[in-house]
Design a binder for this molecule. Sequence first.
Ligand SMILES: [Zn+2]
Length: 211
Amino acid sequence: MVVLLEQEPPTYESALAIAAGLAPHTIFPSDCMSPLPHPDLLPNAPRTYRFGVHQGVDFRCFSLGRSAVAALDGRVVLIVGDYQDPAPNDRDELLEIAGDLEATPPFTLLTLYGNFVVIDHGVFPYIGHVVTVYAHLHEVDPGVGVGQTIRAGQRIGDIGNRGTHAAANGDFYDDPHLHWELHINNQYLGAGLTAEQTREVYTTLFSESLG
Ligand SMILES: [Zn+2]
């Protein structure tokens, strides 16, 4: 039986073991800049504009036209492919609510993803339920459909900046990057860890990708 109730995040040692267990199945979800040397691009980095912390890994691309690909084999569970960026003032007012709460409300966080795809990778023995998120897409490939199986390395769409402050101001060329999240049993991998521990965990996760 798999327990999906909220649980304590894995300890550093457990998070490292999870990363090592997934590494043979996991590739970089883009060939853009490696985020591993940059704590600000990894989970747990502060995101003060929305009064929260980063839950994902940012692959910065510096130009449009780069591909987001599935990091592991799985099945598509959610697609937002017709995202409309909010007017700048409306976006600011949504974020003021985050300020009142001193946290990013979950559905506001979804709005900040722009176009995005979620892939369910099933349950891995001794690891748990694995889900990945691919956000700020410029476009989702029309061939990608909810429920479909997808292979590691298969293209999902074009990386962009939809959902960001710049996109709300009509600039789709500013800092295109893939925001990628890895969730284990409904928590992002790295929750509760220090910046250095998080970097070690994600370096282990992508160790096969790095050759
Ligand atoms: Zn991000």
